[in-house]
Every structure is written in structure tokens, then in C-alpha cells.
Design a protein around this ligand. Structure first.
Ligand code: PLP
Ligand code: COI
Length: 341
């Protein structure tokens, strides 16, 4: 398979149209068998539920070329399960797990020419999503839905790769108590757009959102969970019912304990204690682990001892082990790697 002529090493995190995408439609109470298609555009009613009432959820995962030349994905079963939770919370039908994984596999295989080579620093990002498609004008769920998966080759989510980030404590909330923060609903991202634009205008890379109820505890950023490291090398990660259950974070907790022998605490993390941590990172499919060097709380700067030039040492070990597992350099726990070819 000849690869596309793409400057893999200089890709950012942006959309590039690829050859094939998977589409399946839900009508009269059932999903059709679905197919790979070439057209990257969607046509629907002007009154589609997704356009009027944002009835949509999505997932994000990556395909990697391993050191020995295979193409793999990482824990797609967990993306399928999370999308099931999102669909149920948004009154959408569940796209069955085995079919979800099969659609991902089909899309990667059909776009093999776009899977970045091993060592290029790029990966193939997959975006499964689902939306309510038929016209509704009263506030109610659609009864026709479309499930799609497309892919696009990507580089680092944050410009500058592993340069530590500066983030601010946001005055906006991304989730409500008892709301939808724990699922991957498009609406969570719509409400973060103003916050991220104003953060960028003020020179910050991202927002640190606080818990919406008490505004005293660290939740997550717009697109990643937090991992902190204490001065005695314990990994601490916020536990909350209103953050997205990151697959990367759950994997890193296992890596920290089982591969690196580190103690891990999953607990509420108060903003007040952040000044005492040694390292901080943002973890997610897109972010991988992006180090944070500085957190600004309304003018008060919290400078992580790991500094503004490189990842902290524990963050680096976590990063190297996780990416080693994903790229086939390190043996993966049973069931984590789905080989596509
Ligand atoms: N938190 C939010 C709000 C996200 O959008 C994402 C990205 O999917 C994550 C966390 C990280 O989740 P995962 O590691 O499953 O990609
Ligand atoms: C991902 O990491 O897959 C996400 O969905 C985050 C998004 C902000 C790009």
C-alpha cells in the first residue's frame, strides 16, 4: 500500500479529508447494515434534531503504525461503551459494540494510505459520532439517526508538542451538577467554545474547569483529564461525576501502578492543593499527555516545579510507557490492542 504524500512530521491537529467513511442509518427502530462511502458531506433536513437541539455525541480514538509495521487501535471497546452511555443519556439508540469496533476497523483499513508511518510523530485520529437526523420542532428526540466514523491524520493537539502549557482557572463551567459532563455530548464542547476562545485571546493554552457545584475542586480541561504527581512521586487524578471518564487516564492509572510501581490516588483534588504538586499533565486521546508548567488563578501564578521547558520525570515515564504500548515497543495488557493488519 502506497502512502499518501503527506508531510507527516509537520501535521497539526486539524481535519484532512480522507477517502472513505462508514455510515449507518437508524430508521423504524433498527440500524441498517451500513457501508463505506466516499462522500464526506452530510445532507439533512433544516429542522434536524441535531441542528436545532444538539442531539449528538461523539468519540475519539487513534490508529497507530507499530514498530514492526502493524496497524493497531487502542482499546476501541471502551470508546464503544462510552458512546453507549452517551447515546442513552441523550435519548439516542445504541450502536452495538461489536459493530462499532468493526466500523472503526473498516475505516482504518480503507484509509490505510493515510495511516502515518511509525516514528513520524503523527497518528490517524478516528471520529465516530451519531446524531438525530429527522425534523423535530417541539423539544423531543429524533427517531431517525445516523452513525458515522471518519478518520484524519493528525499531529500534536497542542502547538509546540511537548512544551509545557500555561492554563488558567476558568470562570465558566463546562458541566452542570447532574448534567452531561460525564458523557461525550457535542453540547459540552459548544459551551466550552467561548471559554477557549477567550483563554487563547488572553494567552492561555487551555482552561482548568472547577467543579460546578462548589467551584473549589479541579475537574478537567475542555478536552482532557488531569494527572498530578506529588513531591513523593504519587500519581493523583481527580475523581468527579461530572468529568469525562478518559480512556487515556484510566489506562495511565494502570500503567502507573502495574508498569511503574507507583502509588495512585483517584480522589477529589482541591484547587488549593495544586500548589503543592510537583508535576501536572493533561491526558486524553488527542492530548496524549501534555505537560502543564503553569496554572494561573486570577492573576495568582502556580508554577509547577517541573518548569516550562520539559515534561516532569514521572510524566515522561508515563508518556513513554503508554506510547510504547500503543506503538508496540512495550507489551500491552491483555485486550488493549486491536490489530487491524
Ligand atoms: N475530557 C474531555 C472533556 C475530552 O473531550 C476528552 C477527549 O476525549 C478527554 C477528557 C480524554 O478522554 P480519552 O482519554 O478517552 O480520549
Ligand atoms: C479526544 O481526545 O479524542 C477528544 O475528543 C478531545 C477533543 C477536544 C479533540
Amino acid at each position: 500500500m502506497e502512502k499518501k504524500n503527506i508531510d507527516w512530521g509537520n501535521l497539526g491537529f486539524s481535519y484532512m479529508e480522507t477517502d472513505k467513511r462508514f455510515v449507518s442509518n437508524f430508521k423504524d427502530g433498527a440500524w441498517d447494515e451500513g457501508a463505506l462511502i466516499s462522500d464526506g458531506n452530510v445532507t439533512m433536513s433544516e429542522c434536524a434534531c441535531v441542528l436545532q437541539y444538539a442531539q449528538t455525541c461523539f468519540e475519539g480514538l487513534k490508529a497507530y503504525t507499530t514498530q514492526d509495521g502493524h496497524i493497531v487501535t487502542f482499546r476501541p471497546d471502551l470508546n464503544a461503551e462510552r458512546m453507549e452511555a452517551s447515546a442513552k443519556r441523550l435519548e439516542m439508540p445504541v450502536f452495538p459494540k461489536e459493530r462499532f469496533i468493526d466500523a472503526v476497523v473498516q475505516v482504518v483499513a480503507a484509509n490505510e494510505a493515510y495511516v502515518p508511518p511509525f516514528g513520524s510523530g503523527a497518528t490517524l485520529y478516528l471520529r465516530p459520532y451519531m446524531y438525530g437526523k429527522n425534523a423535530v420542532i417541539g423539544v423531543k428526540p429524533a427517531d431517525e439517526f445516523e452513525f458515522r466514523v471518519f478518520c484524519t491524520p493528525v499531529g500534536p493537539y497542542f502547538k509546540g508538542g511537548v512544551k509545557p502549557l500555561t492554563i488558567r482557572v476558568s470562570d465558566f463551567d463546562r458541566a452542570a451538577p447532574n448534567g452531561t459532563g460525564h458523557i461525550k455530548a457535542g453540547l459540552n464542547y459548544a459551551m466550552s467554545l467561548h471559554a477557549i476562545v477567550s483563554a487563547h485571546e488572553e494567552g492561555y493554552d487551555e482552561n482548568l474547569y472547577l467543579d460546578p457545584k462548589t467551584r473549589t475542586k479541579v475537574e478537567e480541561t475542555g478536552g482532557a483529564n488531569f494527572l498530578f504527581v506529588t513531591k513523593d512521586n504519587k500519581v493523583v487524578t481527580p475523581k468527579s461525576g461530572s468529568i469525562l471518564p478518559s480512556i487515556t487516564r484510566r489506562s495511565l492509572v494502570h500503567v502507573a501502578k502495574e508498569y511503574l510501581g507507583l502509588e495512585v490516588e483517584e480522589r477529589e483534588v482541591y484547587l488549593d492543593e495544586v500548589k503543592d504538586f510537583a508535576e501536572c499533565g493533561l491526558c486524553g486521546t488527542a492530548a496524549v499527555i501534555s505537560p502543564v508548567g503553569k496554572i494561573v488563578d486570577h492573576g495568582k501564578e502556580i508554577c509547577l516545579p517541573s518548569g516550562m521547558t520539559q515534561m516532569g520525570p514521572i510524566t515522561k515515564k508515563l508518556y513513554d510507557t503508554l506510547t510504547g504500548i500503543q506503538m508496540g515497543r512495550i507489551e500491552a495488557p491483555e485486550g488493549w490492542i486491536r490489530v487491524i493488519k
